[in-house]
Structure formats: C-alpha cells, structure tokens
Ligand binder design. Structure first.
Ligand code: SF4
Length: 340
C-alpha cells in the first residue's frame, strides 16, 4: 500500500437536494482511493480523477479534522446547515480501509459528530468499524447513528474474487448482528449485484435471508455499472479469469451506455427478482421513516417519502409521478406547511 498525504481545501460535500438513498445532504471522503480494491469499484473510473494506481495507493486528507471543524462551525455560516444525516463513507474510498488504522480520521470525525450532536450514517465493507462501536452507540443515543454495510452477495468465495481486500460477507453480517445488539439500526446496500454471478435468484434469496437473520432494518438494492476505461478493464479481466463462461454475455449488456449502466431491460429483471424475494421478508426496501422522520426538515422528509413511493411503485411495474413532485418540492425555499 502506498500512502500519499495531502492537505485538502474542503471536506464536506454538500448536496443541493437531499439524497433519499442515504437520507443525507452532507457527505465526506476522508480518503481518496481505496486499498480494499474491489474489482468492480466505480471509484476507479477516470471521471472521479482518483490519482495513482487504484487499489494500491490511497490519498489521505491529513488536515480533514481541522477543515471540517471550520465547515461545521455555525458562527461562520450565513445560511445554516440543514438537518440531515452526515454520510461517512462510500464514494471513492471506504472510511474504514486499512489506512484508517493508522490515521484515525473516521474516528476523529465521529468524536466531532458526537460533541456536536449530529446524526451519522456509516457505509462500509470493513469490520474495523467495530472499533468505534462504543462511540457510535453514544452518537445513537444523542442524535442517531445508522450503520450500513454493502454486499454484492453473501457468498464468501465469490467475494474473495471480486472484493479481495475486505472481510468476507459472513464477517460483515456478524458485525451487523453485533451493532444491532448494541441498539444501532443497520442496513444492507445489496449492490452492486454482479450480472450472471451474484444476481441469480438463489444467491439473491440467500443473501436477503442472511441479512434478515442478521437483523437488518432495511435492504437497498442496486445493479452494477461498468464505465469504459479502468473500471471496465479491471472488472472484465477478473471475470474472464474466474468466470470465462460469462465473459461474452457482457458485450451486449453494457454496450454504448453513457454512464456505464446496463440495459434497462436487465435492470428491470433483477429489480423484479429483488422485489419478489423481499415480498415476505418484513424488511423495508428503503430507509424506514421511523429512522429519519425526526432527523430531517419537513420539506426534505416529504421529498424522501415521495421518492421512496416513486421507487416502490415502479418496482411493482406501476407508473408514478411522485418523482417529479419530489423534484418540484426540493426546489422550494418555503416550508410546505406554511405555503398559502
Ligand atoms: S470498499 Fe467501496 S470504495 Fe473501496 S474498493 Fe470496494 S467498492 Fe470501492
């Protein structure tokens, strides 16, 4: 692992509209690049400008704490920050990748969040998050913490091929149970499912079953994107090596798509499959209102609910205009309950 230390100019990523997948307006990447080195990782796509050999090198924002202190200081704000979860993780680097063992940036951010009574939503693939269990429990009691893990499937052997640098899905699921016993709400982001490998009805059903057994509060589903360049080359090399029988099938699946997305027809099939598998699970397919209703402002709460309804209706093959309504509401400055 090669580490590059830099001084960042900013840390807090602000979104104009609330993100209803994670229910956050603010996120941060304390590291750029990720030595977990998942072969399908979207973060290695050129558009994100992650420097160096992705998977081998990581950039550490050594002044992250100092910058974030300033960015969260309400006395410096003309417009106050909105109420929302702060998303720590995801993007172009896991916050609990090996470099965290040395730099403790994620831990120090959590300490800051605890001092300021801010709610957090963590997304990781690493069981190193267990180190911060006590701190996350403290945040959960004060302002709420949600811990989410991403899984492509519950199959440890498949994971060893595509996610060589992270603990096995079994270990991740055990860690979820541990956090649940600690009273913390947990989710699984079942993504990306890998076409022809982890998207089979049997493996998807098994993964959902194990996540439910671990006690998750929600399972959010998503297919894989494959952007031309580094991401596609790395992924197809691993696929050809371990699953040559599926290699040629990818040619038609990802042809000429601007954002690296697979064909709509394929996504429809796997979304229907997920929907059927989840039907009697008793687990939500998006963050439940009980986890965020008291955290975000009124307009944002309604935006998230509308977008969730839009997703759920479409999953059932129905038309919906709730997505448009959510977009319209997200652009309003006044509180909806105060409008004439
Ligand atoms: S853990 Fe996440 S950010 Fe890191 S390589 Fe894997 S998919 Fe990419």
């Amino acid at each position: 692992m090669t580490i590059r230390e830099i001084e960042a100019k900013s840390i807090l990523r602000k979104q104009k509209k609330i993100d209803s997948w994670f229910v956050c307006r603010y996120g941060m990447n304390l590291y750029r690049g990720c030595t977990h080195n998942c072969v399908y990782c979207d973060g290695r796509a050129e558009k994100y400008n992650v420097q160096g050999e992705f998977g081998e090198e990581v950039t550490v924002k050594t002044n992250a704490i100092e910058i974030l202190e300033r960015e969260l200081d309400h006395r410096r704000k003309r417009i106050p920050l909105k109420k929302s979860f702060y998303m720590i993780g995801g993007g172009v680097g896991d916050s609990y990748q090996p470099a965290e063992e040395k730099y403790h940036l994620t831990r120090r951010v959590l300490e800051m969040m605890s001092e300021r009574n801010l709610p957090v939503h963590m997304l990781t693939k690493s069981v190193l998050i267990s180190r911060d269990l006590a701190l996350l429990k403290e945040i959960n009691q004060k302002s709420r913490a949600i811990v989410s893990f991403s899984l492509s499937s519950a199959d440890d052997e498949v994971s060893a091929v595509f996610e060589p640098g992270v603990p096995s899905p079994s270990e991740r699921l055990q860690t979820i149970s541990r956090f649940k016993r600690g009273g913390i709400s947990c989710g699984v982001y079942l993504m990306p499912v890998i076409p022809f490998v982890t998207d089979t009805p049997e493996l998807m059903a098994q993964t959902v079953e194990k996540a439910v057994e671990a006690g998750v509060d929600f399972i959010v589903f998503g297919g894989m994107t494959l952007k031309q360049g580094r991401q596609e080359d790395t992924f197809l090399r691993a696929l050809k090596d371990r699953y040559p029988e599926h290699y040629s099938k990818y040619r038609n699946l990802y042809v000429g798509r601007k954002w690296g997305e697979a064909s709509r027809g394929y996504y429809q099939i796997i979304e229907n499959r997920f929907n059927e598998i989840m039907r009697n699970s008793g687990v939500a397919k998006r963050l439940p209102l009980s986890l965020f209703g008291d955290i975000v402002d009124e307009n944002d709460r309604i935006v998230v609910i509308l977008e969730q309804l839009d997703y759920l209706l479409r999953l059932e093959g129905k038309k919906s205009s709730f997505g448009y309504a959510a977009y319209g509401l997200s652009r309003r400055q006044d509180r909806i309950s105060e409008s004439p």
